[in-house]
Design a protein. Structure first.
Length: 489
């Protein structure tokens, strides 16, 4: 009688069959394959700003794209468009999300690509917020005179960021909104030449942000007077116009970078300037034109090199965030018919140019909206009077059509500032009264007696915004006075 013996391979095959039977039984009992779900949402519990233009959803399986796009909702609505890469879906906003809001993203049902109607989906819901609607300004009344102030439109609260007795001359918010760079004269000093540069925390931002009012000295004024300054968009570089106290001929721009000693930028002195959106170059007025100067590290041989020179433009008002174009001013020195006027030009990065408007007074400011499709302009015109007077106005230029629309005309006044909200929905401006015996002298030497701060909402409906048609309503006046309002990014 023969006895059969199972080989090891037979035992392995039998074990695998038993295991497979168990898996199949479990799948039947538990209702089939695992349900499809959203594995990652890039804006989950985040506070976003105007530069955050798209969020990503990552799914556990390749999806039926139409089922996702038809069922995804955002409350309040945010118009946008879909794009896909494998299991990842991107939703790109057509417009910046309005500040001061909380949004809920819902996807209650969707299908993966392979399971069809029998597949199951785990409903998805998450929230995100936009940054606080807030702006800074320089106070004009009582104990707040000369102080850097912060006002939140979200809860209508007002906070003093600098000590009483300090006089703030100018300031620039950092792009994250958590700090402000400012120039100020401390208590007991009366000479504007003694202004130093500081940073102060705003208390705005996520839960890790420092509380407001924490001041740090950035640049002293012991050996050099600090004049005009600008902050790079990435917050890594400060450019300051400085004059040697013992040698007035030693005059020009200096570069202050994080964790490095301040250094002189080796270039010819100039006038007005601004740091370009790439944070790597400086737009500096030299003579009747504008030079583009490299801002690289001191060890880089390119630092201070003139990369380009634009002889026909004396000022740069603004550069689009995407670097595609700039708003530049020509003083029309070579045109006898336009002498004593100024022309605002749109100039593309490819060198194309287009005149936008002419004024008999001055082009005071021009700011691209977040889409780079509109340009908001603050200009002034000479008016007939026994004394020299100019009347400012705010207008908008549609850069595609060239259409110009006046949004608001201000009373004649010596000084005015404008700031476009980071979400592009409103403008801030000050409305000043010429100075008297108790006037306040501004950084540019102009004396004013008082100044209203006003808010100009630009759109009445979402369609107006999408169609690039500003429809302003009556400006709102804040119940406090101040000058030079600037939105927190």
């Amino acid at each position: 009688m023969t006895t059969s013996h199972r080989q090891p391979l037979d035992r392995l095959a039998q074990a695998l069959m038993v295991l497979l039977a168990i898996v199949i039984s479990a799948m039947v009992l538990l209702g089939g394959p695992a349900a499809v779900r959203v594995r990652n949402f890039t804006w989950k519990d985040r506070q976003i700003g105007a530069t955050d233009t798209a969020f990503l959803l990552t799914f556990s399986r390749p999806m039926d794209q139409a089922s996702v796009e038809q069922n995804l909702t955002i409350d309040p609505p945010l118009p946008g468009r879909f794009s896909w890469a494998g299991r990842r879906m991107a939703y790109t906003l057509d417009l910046p999300a309005p500040y001061g809001n909380e949004f809920t993203v819902n996807l209650t049902q969707a299908r993966d690509r392979f399971s069809g109607p029998t597949g199951t989906f785990v409903p998805f819901e998450e929230t995100f917020q936009t940054r606080e609607r807030a702006f800074a300004y320089i106070g004009m009344e009582g104990e707040n005179q000369g102080r850097l102030m912060l006002y939140s439109l979200s809860d209508q609260s007002k906070t003093a960021l600098t000590p009483e007795g300090w006089t703030v001359m100018d300031y620039r918010p950092y792009s994250q909104g958590n700090r402000i760079l400012f120039a100020a004269i401390e208590t007991g000093q009366t000479n504007q030449q003694d202004q130093r540069l500081y940073t102060v925390t705003t208390g705005i931002g996520d839960s890790s942000s420092a509380e407001s009012g924490q001041i740090e000295t950035i640049l002293d004024s012991d050996d050099y007077q600090n004049l005009k300054f600008d902050l790079s968009p990435d917050g890594e570089t400060i450019v300051v116009q400085r004059v040697n106290r013992n040698n007035p001929g030693d005059f020009g721009p200096w570069v202050v970078s994080q964790e490095q000693e301040p250094r002189r930028l080796e270039t010819e002195p100039g006038g007005d300037f601004m740091v370009a959106p790439d944070s790597q170059s400086l737009l500096l007025q030299q003579g009747e034109g504008t030079a583009i100067i490299a801002l690289n590290d001191a060890q880089d041989e390119q630092s201070g090199e003139t990369l380009d020179f634009l002889p026909q433009y004396g000022l740069v008002m603004d550069v689009a965030d995407n670097g595609s174009a700039a708003a530049m001013v020509s003083f029309n020195q070579d045109d006898p018919e336009k002498r004593y006027t100024q022309t605002l030009f749109w100039v593309s990065s490819q060198g194309d140019e287009k005149p936008l408007l002419d004024v008999t007074g001055s082009i005071l400011d021009a700011q691209f909206d977040p889409t780079s499709e509109l340009l908001f302009c603050l200009t002034s015109e000479l008016i007939e009077s026994d004394t020299y007077q100019v009347q400012p106005s705010i207008s908008a230029v549609n850069l595609e059509t060239g259409d110009l629309e006046t949004l608001w005309t201000l009373p004649p006044q010596p000084s005015v500032h404008m700031s476009l909200a980071p979400d592009g929905l409103a403008l801030l401006f000050d409305e000043t009264t010429p100075g008297g015996d108790n006037s306040v002298v501004l950084a540019d030497g102009i004396a004013i007696a008082s100044s209203k701060l006003r808010l100009l909402p630009l759109y009445q409906t979402t369609d107006d915004r999408l169609n690039k048609r500003p429809q302003p309503i009556e400006p709102q006046t804040f119940p406090f006075t101040g000058i030079n309002p600037i939105w927190i990014p």
